[in-house]
Design a protein around this ligand. Structure first.
Ligand code: ATP
Ligand code: MN
Length: 538
């Protein structure tokens, strides 16, 4: 049998318009790492892990994400500043320029797929200008076996040319970088940015259209794991709220850390074959599983190494968004294949920098719908101490930048599924306690984990007045006690030591909720509208 280094197979890219390229097809991650080092595009840490800099962009660029507006998409997409239309002819012209740019060059090609459940499999061919981007695709997408490679029929194509710069005047882009989805041609065209997250989130965005429209499946920006009793838990949340951190739990098998589908066959499946974890301030003590996943094969992005080749996870001089990608089997306890049953519990994670949302609370179905549509988290104003004004941030379905359809479409599907599966929904504040950002501090990870474990182990007690208190502002049910968590921590008001200041801040936040929800009100019934906060500032 041939391993991937010995594969005699190669493929031609002429049909794609890439002429005379030196095609490196399906190289092993070892080989790609070696080539990256040789080209001076990366270095190795003391333990042999590849570390790269992604260049000008160290995060996604949502303002440069376009969707080609054509017969397939024009009536279905929720157009606006999230889903920005792109002209089909302009796309064709830009595609020609990019493939012309890649012609005569060495390019790296990988066949892979998304969606762990067989009926939903989406074959993907990835064409990269750089070897490390191709290694990222190896880590993050699902890896077909040899048999599947033999008669591989690519459905979607990703063309990724970080070194190509668009000319906004003629190309129809906003600036030199772009990520454009074309549903008719089934192409994700990415240029001008080396940020690898654009590759995975490009396919995620495509699936967020394909699955609900053609497969009656709800795509979700969430992580998922499963316990010993086969009970699935899923964790929704915007970036930095804890999806990856909290789903990686030694006592539960990881299904996936970021993108899943919930089918009508009562299953939840991972779209991906790897994880993409934040590594800012990562420590072995607090997050041993992720820490240990950073071994050869992983790719670190935008971290700083000391002169011994050790990573300084506290150094954010390139970006706060330092990352590592690794194949999911770098985590010990995983579900194989990455499929679970209908979830028993859903967690909505929010990093509330106002410090007013309870650290854990139970939601009614109406509240769950309301919070799903709102998709609240907070951004901290700056990184220096003493900056006290956090900024509320709302992103529908906890992932608006990746959702091509109107949020109400996903919310309807989720509500229906929640009803038929009888799932419990919890709101978890992984953000601030004891005051807002600058005054209080981030919720301790061990407490958040204890609260989630208490839910999953059924330790929070019966859902009644003795065990739960209804929050006077948010209307959510706050447990009075939780094993492993100091009782005081469960009441955000108590942690502030200043009731008036607490309520003022809470009203500030509920006013922001109300303001944000206005644009969805007409799409929601009275029940969902009542799922919002109970009290406002004026
Ligand atoms: P993305 O969508 O960008 O991948 P994510 O939701 O997966 O984001 P994580 O990568 O899990 O977010 O990031 C959560 C960060 O917050 C980690 O750096 C983690 O160490 C830190 N953190 C601190 N306190 C907590 C807490 N109480 N709960 C969860 N995470 C916490
Ligand atoms: Mn994550």
């Amino acid at each position: 049998m041939l391993n991937s280094d010995q594969l005699t197979t190669t493929i031609s890219l002429e049909d794609y318009g890439i002429k005379n390229a030196k095609v490196k097809y399906q190289l092993s991650p070892e080989k790609l790492q070696e080539l990256t080092l040789k080209k001076g595009q990366g270095v190795e840490t003391a333990s042999g892990v590849l570390a790269v800099n992604t260049g000008e962009f160290t995060g996604r660029s949502p303002k440069d994400r376009f969707i080609v507006k054509d017969d397939i998409t024009s009536e279905k997409i929720w157009w606006g500043d999230i889903n920005i239309p792109f002209d089909p002819e302009k796309f064709d012209a830009l595609y020609d320029k990019v493939t012309d740019y890649l012609s005569e060059k060495e390019v790296f090609v990988r066949d892979s797929y998304a969606c762990a459940a067989p009926n939903y499999k989406l074959n993907i061919r990835v064409i990269n200008e750089y070897p490390w981007s191709n290694m990222f695709a190896y880590n993050m997408f699902l890896r077909p076996n040899e048999k599947a490679l033999e008669d591989f029929d690519p459905e979607w194509l990703i063309v990724n040319a970080p070194g190509f710069m668009a000319d906004p005047k003629t190309d129809g882009t906003r600036q030199h970088n772009f990520a454009i989805l074309n549903f008719t041609k089934k192409i994700a065209l990415i240029g001008g940015t080396g940020y690898t997250g654009e590759i995975k989130k490009g396919i995620f965005s495509a699936l967020n259209f394909i699955l609900p429209v053609y497969k009656n499946t709800l795509p979700m920006h969430c992580s998922a794991n499963v316990g010993k009793d086969d009970d699935t838990a899923i964790f929704f949340g915007l970036s930095g709220t804890g999806k990856t951190t909290l789903s990686t739990d030694p006592n539960r098998s990881l299904i996936g850390d970021d993108e899943h589908g919930w089918t009508n066959e009562n299953t939840v499946f991972n779209f991906e074959g790897g994880c993409y974890a934040k590594v800012i301030n990562l420590s072995k003590e607090k997050e041993p599983e992720i820490y240990d996943a950073i071994k050869k094969g992983a790719i670190l992005e935008n971290v700083i190494l000391d002169d011994k080749g050790e990573v300084d996870f506290a150094d954010t001089s390139i970006t706060q968004n330092t990352r590592v990608s690794y194949p999911i089997d770098h985590i010990e306890n995983i579900r194989k294949p990455s499929i679970g049953r209908n979830p028993k519990n859903i967690f909505f994670l929010t990093a509330d920098a106002f410090g007013v949302i309870p650290p854990i609370s139970k939601l009614t179905p109406a509240q769950a719908a309301y919070h799903f549509i709102s998709g609240y988290t907070a951004k901290v104003a700056g990184t220096e101490a003493g900056v006290v004004e956090p900024v509320p941030s709302f992103s529908a379905c906890f992932g608006a930048p990746f959702m091509p359809l109107h949020p109400a479409k996903y919310a309807e599907m989720l509500s229906k599924k929640m009803k038929t599966s009888g799932v419990n929904v919890w709101l978890v504040n992984t953000g601030w306690t004891g005051g807002p950002y600058g005054v209080g501090k981030r919720m301790e990870l061990k407490y958040t984990r204890a609260m989630i474990n208490a839910v999953l182990n059924g330790d929070l007690g019966l859902y009644n007045y003795d065990n739960y208190h209804i929050h006077s502002v948010f209307g959510v049910a706050q447990p009075r006690e939780c094993p492993g968590v100091p009782t005081r921590v469960l009441s955000p008001r108590a942690t502030w030591n200043n009731d008036q200041a607490y309520y003022e801040m809470a009203f500030k936040l509920t006013n922001a909720f109300r303001e944000n929800f206005k644009k969805f009100e007409m799409h929601c019934n009275e029940e969902i509208r009542r799922g919002g906060p109970q009290r406002y500032g004026f």
